[in-house]
Design a protein around this ligand. Sequence first.
Ligand code: SF4
Ligand code: SF4
Length: 349
Amino acid sequence: MSKLHIPKPFSAGIFLTYKCTGECRHCMYACSPKWRSDWIDLKGAEEIIEFLSRSFTEYYPKDFSQVGVNVGLHFTGGEPFLNFDLLLSLVEVANNYDVPSIFVETNCFWCINDSVVEEKLLKLRRAGLDGILISANPFVVEHVPFERIERAVRISRRIFGRNTMIYQENFYNQLKSINLSGTLPFESYLSIMREKDPIGLYFGLSYPSMLLMGRLPFRLGHLYERFPAKMFFSGSCLEELTRNWHVHIDNYYNYVTGYCAGITLGDARKLEILCQDGIDLDEYPVVGRLVASDGIKRLFTYASEEYGYRERGDGYISKCHLCLDIRRHIVEHDSGLRELKPKEFYEHL
Ligand code: SF4
Ligand code: SF4
């Protein structure tokens, strides 16, 4: 029997829900308004927060409150502000357990005027929130007017100071530079940027932070070079799947590492035991293959032999594209695998 060791988390995000106000073409977690209105249960979340606070004490000095994308605990989704009361309660719980660096991530759909933004952010601040991460990119402004994002940035800077993060700042500055007001279809964004920057010095979708995984390969794959499956056969995902930073726990308690949405290492309410004992790879046929040195090849062979998977004629833009296309095929044929959850993730890509 071979075991996979799972390290204690250094930083984590808790999903309130997969439901979102929009359906960004690049969303790694395939969030959208079409998801069921399921929310994390406060009691289950508290069990997880209690363990995270103990895990974090091994890494952070007391009263550490400086935020960073890969630091501390964040509340995310989906869109956390769709359920403000739950968000507020979660922040209070995390603060009661002295969790360091608590921040929330938002697309700013709710930032319709200054007083609404001030009121909500001050309530969260008083409850113990240390900072905020504001999403800004060409996909979110397809459904959120840009002035709401600017308003959130302006007021957050006043309330949270340097604990205001914009993800991604380069996109934010780019959208400011065109004096965007309202929303902008992605195709218009592309034409504007191509006109401003015909040789692509400034514009580019290949920033290191654009991760070619999740929904992106299926909705934006036409913008990237594509390769046959064998180009990705030599990769292993051991590092990603055993990463201890920026792990996620979704609202169904799935423990998700390495941004590998749709793969769960187990029930996060039992995270302490998972981190103590690891997981038995005989019970995880997909993860067991992915962590091998030729993990993607093994997954491809497994899916071809067991589930009749066939290589896409138009190729793949990344190893994660191939992995996800295979996993989606497996889930369509066998929804019983404990490691491929939630099933709805594969339906909303
Ligand atoms: S706003 Fe965020 S959570 Fe919502 S669809 Fe876009 S990337 Fe996903
Ligand atoms: S190939 Fe699959 S398991 Fe590996 S990093 Fe990408 S999504 Fe995760």
